[in-house]
Design a protein around this ligand. Structure first.
Ligand code: EPU
Length: 342
């Protein structure tokens, strides 16, 4: 059994959330091994306290101090479980930085996650919201994950079906919210991968670079270029990527909206229609607007930024104003994509 690491009290979380909100955790601990985690969860002192798993902190907004135990996983090893001519199966520690993993895989020629380059966050956080970008979602390469059940300390395995993946969604955001700590994730990647360049912004970028038959490295590079040109780097300016989900509405509702706003961009989503929230917010005049130290990014209206000393409440108050104006103009409800900790 590994020794229990230091448990910090009244710990400042500013460096542990990419929005750069200065909230405090009542207790904070960084964990490297699963047995440490199990021992920690058994400690009587923590039994009744709320617990929060923090990966890269790139998808959380602290509206208040967290009066519980924040657990930061640092296990970042990965191992190859199986390798054939065609496929490779790897198991990755939850603490592994997602983008570093993508770069490692691209370098080794393992395809499937190159479109997900530069998404902030860690491996353990990725399945919770089924991260996605440029036409690809995590679920396409996902096999299973292991998690520690907080109440019993048991290790449980969840296969793909059990995760109930959806658009930026999984069982871990719903029925099982806050009940498990994901410790590692198993992915299946391909060695002769057929790249997906169906997303318009990506195919345009590749065309602009004169690339006709891209390999995974070229796709990854193009995605990195697009993201760097549109999305702010949390190292320069606090943000959590897209703040809201793109709303998915019924065809009837969409037809009514399109009658009024013929130029509205839209994409099919099963038997419904997805509308870019960025467009709705942009049309309401929010792009580049700033209220105190909270603002809407000037290049991407879906990204709320912290110019320095915004509090979680400042960010929420701006988010609510945006929701209200979109509701008023379009009758559409915007739902935060970010995990709000109140
Ligand atoms: N648009 C505007 N104004 C803007 C930005 C975009 O009108 O300021 C319109 C344009 O019509 C554009 C459309 O919105 O064609 C879609 O924009 P974009 O391609 O930038 O993608 P998005 O729908 O805003 C989603 C994800 C991003 C992901 C990109 C690329 C969600 C909530 N967001 O954004 O994910 O990188 O697609 O696949 O699904 C994240 O989850 O944090 C994230 C950044």
């Amino acid at each position: 059994m590994s020794d229990l690491p230091t448990i910090y009290e009244h710990f400042d979380l500013t460096d542990h959330n990419t929005m750069g909100i200065s909230a405090q955790a009542r207790y904070f601990v960084s964990i490297e091994y699963v047995d440490q985690l199990q021992a920690l969860l058994k400690k009587p002192q923590f039994l009744e306290l709320p617990k929060l798993m923090l990966g890269g902190g790139s998808n959380v907004l602290f509206v208040d101090d967290f009066e519980g135990l924040v657990i930061h996983l640092e296990n970042s090893e990965y191992r190859v479980d199986k390798e054939t001519e065609e496929e490779i199966v790897i198991t990755v520690g939850a603490g592994k930085n997602w983008h570093e993993l993508v770069l490692d895989c691209v370098e080794k020629g393992w395809g499937g996650i190159e479109n997900l380059s530069l998404i902030p966050g860690s491996m353990g956080a990725a399945p919770i919201q089924n991260i996605g970008a440029y036409g690809v979602e995590l679920e396409e390469v996902f096999m299973h994950l292991r998690a520690v059940h907080i109440e019993t300390g048991e290790i449980r395995v969840f296969d793909k079906e059990q995760c109930l993946f959806g658009y930026r969604n999984s069982i871990f955001k719903n029925e099982l919210k806050g009940q498990n700590i994901i410790t590692d994730v198993t992915l299946k990647l391909r060695k002769h991968h057929e790249v997906n360049t169906s997303y318009r912004a990506l195919s345009d970028k590749l065309a602009e670079k004169g690339i006709k038959d891209p390999n995974i490295k070229q796709v990854s590079d193009a995605v990195i270029e697009i993201r760097q040109s549109k999305l702010p780097d949390p190292a320069d300016i606090g943000n959590t990527g897209s703040f809201f989900k793109n709303p998915v509405i019924s065809k009837d509702n969409f037809n009514k909206l399109q009658g009024e706003f013929p130029e509205i961009p839209h994409y099919p989503a099963g038997n419904k229609i997805k509308i870019p929230a960025a467009w709705l917010i942009d049309q309401c005049g929010w792009k580049g607007k700033r209220v105190g130290d909270a603002g809407v990014h000037k290049m991407q209206a879906l990204v709320i930024v912290n110019y320095g000393s915004a509090t979680g409440e400042d960010i929420m108050s701006l988010a609510k104003k945006i929701q209200n104006s979109v509701k008023k103009k379009f009758g559409v409800e915007l739902i935060p994509e970010v995990n709000i900790i109140e």
